[in-house]
Design a protein around this ligand. Structure first.
Ligand SMILES: *Cc1c(COP(=O)(O)O)cnc(C)c1O
Length: 429
């Protein structure tokens, strides 16, 4: 048995993984074409043909609609702004509650705040890390306006069930689909099951335009509202005779022609890019399945997992080695391994101090909800004890590197007694 790199042996992998690369000659040519035109954005913030953007935006949105089989695709400059627009479009106002998971990128829970909405945290499911339906149901009150669900790490939340629950209570279901493009549940793309689905085209995602995002919906009214919020919609109220002025306070959330041109090319290869991530994750799961205390990612029946993150659970009580020590050993072998993902978002200072918009505590002064430890025990346990992540969308691994990654896991787990011993001695020192 070879000695762990952490304990003085040689590492399994000597060369850091190459960063994940999605950009090629197609994107370069597309950018060149737009550069030659000189028109780097086509939007005008008034009622005219260009209200919906220039030719590249029009082409990009048509391609996105076709790909996801939806009536409307509204490009924006990030998933974050897309979610803000979505909160506006579904009518969130001061004091309205929006049910969100705590175990996600912070932007999810920020979106309601810009309209005075109150994020209400429901717990996640212990196996898929996405919102737990019973916890959501228990969180619904007469003040609930929307559910902002996250398809975390590349896996669908129970979207069809949540959609039924939302419809039953007259709520909007908005999907934060930043991490799960081309994931499916019951044969339908995630993002297309809620009333609005929001994608990210940020550099760190499966495919990207640097910064960018897209909202999709089949609802004509929501689509118009999203477009108005994206692009100074107050100027359209009169020409379009818009009756309901709620939240028609427009921003500039517009995507450039350059990003849109890149987006068309990226979408064109999205099947291949996502399938590559999926294949890598599946091989990793098969290669390490059954190691003591380690649970590889679960794929629910009737779902396609697209693996933004390969998120495994670790149970230290089965091995006698802490998660921190295990991660340290894996990292020393050359396998980049994260611990815990994010702390439950309600522990962020803004929730703890109840200060968001202005200095008077708005919008928290409209609610007596409190945010503190214990609110979502499953998410807390995942963060503090169980989660071990491998960031599939950060690296391109060769077959040999993937094989070595699997070998590194086996090496670490074969050396558990030595690690336990090392940890004991460290604790005594
Ligand atoms: C990346 C991410 C976001 C933010 O996306 P941007 O396009 O960078 O604004 C939001 N939610 C989740 C779950 C994400 O992973």
């Amino acid at each position: 048995m070879s000695t762990l790199a952490l304990l003085g042996g040689s590492p399994t992998l000597n060369v850091p993984f190459r960063p994940y690369m999605t950009i090629g000659a197609e994107e370069r040519a597309a950018v060149d074409r737009v550069m030659s035109s000189g028109r780097l954005s086509g939007f005008i913030g008034a009622w005219c043909d260009e209200f919906g953007g220039g030719p590249e935006i029009v082409k990009f949105e048509a391609a996105w609609r076709a790909k996801f089989g939806v009536k409307h695709a509204i490009s924006v400059n990030s998933n974050t702004t897309g979610m803000i627009a979505a909160m506006g479009a579904v009518g969130v106002g001061p004091g309205d509650e929006v049910i969100v998971p705590p175990y996600t990128m912070s932007a999810t829970a920020m979106a309601p705040l810009f309209y005075g909405g109150i994020p209400v945290f429901a717990d996640v499911d212990a196996e898929t890390y996405c919102l737990d339906v019973d916890s959501v149901r228990a969180a619904i009150t007469p003040r609930t306006r929307a559910i902002l669900v996250v398809n975390l790490f590349g896996h669908a939340a129970k979207l069809h069930e949540l959609r039924a629950l939302a419809d039953e209570h007259g709520l909007a279901l908005v999907e934060d689909n930043a991490q799960s493009p081309l994931a499916t549940e019951r044969g339908r793309y995630t993002g297309a099951i809620g009333h609005i689905g929001v994608f990210s085209l940020n550099y760190h995602k499966h495919f990207h335009t640097g910064e960018g995002g897209v909202c999709i919906t089949d609802d004509d009214d929501l689509a118009l509202r999203l477009k108005m919020i994206r692009n100074h919609g107050e100027n359209l109220v009169e020409p379009l005779n818009v009756a309901d002025l709620t939240n028609i306070v427009g921003f500039n959330f517009r995507m450039t022609e350059l990003s849109a041109a890149i987006g068309v090319e990226q979408l064109g290869k999205s099947d291949r890019l996502v399938a590559g991530r999926e294949a890598m994750a599946n091989r990793l799961s098969e290669g390490v399945r059954g190691l003591p205390g380690l649970s590889v990612p679960v794929v629910r029946e009737d779902c396609r997992h697209v693996y933004y993150v390969w998120g495994a659970r670790y149970d230290a009580s089965k091995t006698g080695v802490s998660r921190a020590m295990l991660a340290k050993a894996l990292n020393a072998e050359g396998v980049p391994t994260g611990e815990g993902y994010v702390q439950p978002l309600y522990m962020l200072p803004l929730f703890q101090k109840r200060v968001a918009i202005g200095g008077q505590g708005f919008p928290f002064n409209l609610t007596n909800r409190h945010y503190g430890p214990g609110l979502c025990p499953v998410a807390e346990k995942l963060h503090h004890e169980q989660m071990l992540e491998f960031w599939i969308c950060s690296f391109d691994l060769s077959d040999a590197e993937l094989q070595s990654t699997i070998e590194a896991y086996h090496k670490v787990f074969e050396n558990l007694p030595a690690l336990a011993d090392f940890e004991r001695r460290q604790a005594q020192a």
